[in-house]
Design a protein around this ligand. Structure first.
Ligand code: ATP
Ligand code: MG
Length: 386
């Protein structure tokens, strides 16, 4: 029935100049998410974005993709016709017939919106006319303006658009309307969810993965790559960096207290991440830390870890329970990949009894046994873009 989707976005924040670039970024992201489809046209008509396909059979799959584009609030499968009143009548009847094949309709309501003020009928008048048309064509149905079985929406712009269904989508802000951040992406459950949550607010995401090859396998790399690909359905193109942090772990193991190794390693991870971020012109890091989840995520541990760097770290899942994080991971499709059993670097070098209340003085003392800058540089030299 449908070959067109009308896209509605939250317009509350859109004033003046912002609007154009907001729409442009939204269209770019829609285009990215539909790159696998042929003969798709995306265009604007009087303040709304439309997606038109020449292949009606693609529509269900297109809807599934577009549902994941941040910045869209609702989509409506629609029919597009020239603004000819006879044509509008004909297509409205056709749509009504189609809808009554799928459900029993006793009552309906017509809602007209006239964005093109040159259209000769006022919205209310046009709704009344079209209501009459339906009543005549379908003698067994009635109008109910309060609680109808179905709504028919007629939107008058450069074309007329007729629709009935409004599908709720993911919301958020379009990619690239809110800067860039570097996601520390492990193979776990939490960090992909964290990336998703920040990307949802219009942030473009780069991702960084630390490994300890050959202690960690090639499969662990593949797993992270797969997670990044799944995130791309929502977040758009993700540049994925990897760093081999093996020498850092070795040096820590050799020169420092065992119970502090996790904290020390994480301070190095942050330093390296900060260096990459600054070089890429990125302002903030993102991690999947959740308060109290493990020894390195207590208040004291996080304070000591963050003391190593100056740029802010966003932790969108900080106040969430594991079950809540898992719910989102399932919903965005990263969960099944996250639970694959390939280790990331930290579990290989994890101490048996990590400190849960590390003291900064003690950590600094341990670090005085290490060539911090040399180790950061050495790890940095292993940077690869996957
Ligand atoms: P996740 O499920 O995201 O792996 P976690 O509960 O296992 O988190 P940690 O291993 O302590 O927790 O890691 C906390 C955060 O540090 C992760 O969410 C991630 O952002 C980052 N991180 C941990 N390990 C790595 C890694 N190997 N590469 C990149 N980032 C990492
Ligand atoms: Mg982890």
């Amino acid at each position: 029935m449908y070959n067109l989707l009308a896209v509605s976005y939250g317009e509350i924040f859109l004033k003046g100049k912002n609007r154009g670039s907001f729409e442009q970024k939204l269209i770019e992201q829609i285009r990215f998410s539909l790159k696998g489809f042929k003969d798709v046209k995306i265009y604007k008509d009087l303040g709304k974005v439309f997606i038109e396909t020449m292949h009606e059979n693609d529509m269900d799959n297109i809807i599934e993709k577009v549902k994941k584009v941040f910045g869209i609030v609702l989509i409506s499968p629609s029919i597009k016709v020239d603004k000819d009143i006879e044509l509008i009548k004909e297509k409205t009847i056709e749509l009504f017939k189609f809808l009554s094949n799928n459900q029993e309709i006793k009552t309906f309501k017509i809602n007209t919106r006239r964005s093109d003020k040159t259209f000769p009928y006022k919205s209310m008048d046009f709704s009344a006319i079209m209501g009459g048309v339906i009543l005549e064509a379908f003698p067994n149905v009635n109008v109910d303006v309060h609680n109808p079985d179905i709504h028919i929406y007629i939107d008058i712009k450069h074309y007329a658009y007729i629709s009935s269904e409004k599908i709720k989508t993911v919301g958020g802000l379009p990619r690239g309307t809110n800067g860039r951040a570097l996601l520390l992406l492990s193979g776990g459950i939490d960090s992909p969810v964290a990336g998703y949550m920040i990307a949802k607010r219009g942030v473009e995401i780069d991702a960084l993965y630390f490994h300890t090859y050959p202690f960690t396998s090639e499969r662990a790399n593949e797993k992270v790559k797969e997670l990044a690909e799944k995130l791309e359905e929502y977040c758009g193109k993700i540049k994925l960096y990897s760093i081999n942090i093996l020498d850092v772990h070795k040096a820590i193991k050799q020169h420092c207290r065992e119970d502090e190794t996790t904290i020390l390693a994480r301070r190095f991870m942050m330093r390296i991440a900060e260096k990459i971020a600054l070089e890429q012109g990125i302002d903030m890091l993102i991690t999947g830390e959740s308060l109290g989840q493990v020894a390195s995520q207590t208040m004291k541990s996080m304070a000591v870890i963050e003391n190593a760097i100056n740029i802010p770290i966003l932790k969108p899942v900080i106040g969430m329970d594991k079950t809540e994080i898992i719910d989102i991971a399932r919903q965005i499709g990263t969960y099944d990949t996250s639970i694959l059993p390939y280790d990331d670097c930290c579990s290989v070098f994890a101490p048996k009894n990590p400190v849960i209340k590390p003291k900064l003085q003690s950590i600094l003392k341990s670090e005085s046994n290490l060539d911090i800058e040399g180790l950061v540089e050495k790890a940095y030299s292993t940077l690869e873009i996957i």
